[in-house]
Design a protein around this ligand. Sequence first.
Ligand code: CDP
Length: 214
Amino acid sequence: MSKPIVIAVDGPAASGKGTLSRRLATQYGLRHLDTGLSYRAVAQALMAAGRPLDDEALATEAARAVDFSAFDAAALSAHAVGDAASRVSVFPPVRRVLVEKQRAFASQPPGAVLDGRDIGTVVCPHADVKLYVTASPAVRAGRRHREILRLGGQADYAAILADIERRDARDMERADSPLRPAADAHLLDTSQMSIEAAFLAACAIIDDALGGRN
Ligand code: CDP
């Protein structure tokens, strides 16, 4: 059997990496894992138990209980859960437990597209292709703002922009697995790109990197 193909997609909040990764998984016949949901599930478990987000022992226990096949993506997608996730994701034991589960997912044939913050640097450093998807903070805040309004929620653009900038700083400055492009990642700045244009640009990079493999 041929070795599983792994495509790593990293980038900051609301960069469009989730939508892009889902489309890439369909295009290349691979499974998809949004690793952000695993950190969101840990945060959600603490919030549901009424515990503070700095309870490292309980967060680690919640990480052990995370089951990718049982995610309630709708409940985990709230903007506030994303912010809470970035707080529990600084704990090294939480990361160790979740990274091990993410690697197990990636190693199943036929392979997978994983999106997150540390896929190309830590989770799958030998990925076949690494993309680092980004966009300016103003563009990302605009996308998140429109998404919340489209789903019928209420949102303030300035507050979302401030949240995104705070989350970028927390994710990039943490000691364990900070958000940064892997040395061999292909940068994809989608500030001026539609979803379709970003998808086509990513496919061109992947086709080139995989060569005759797929
Ligand atoms: O969708 P959005 O980009 O807003 O967030 P997410 O991808 O669901 O990630 C939520 C938080 O989880 C991030 O801000 C990171 O702090 C953390 N995370 C991480 O540390 N490592 C990953 N591989 C994925 C997410």
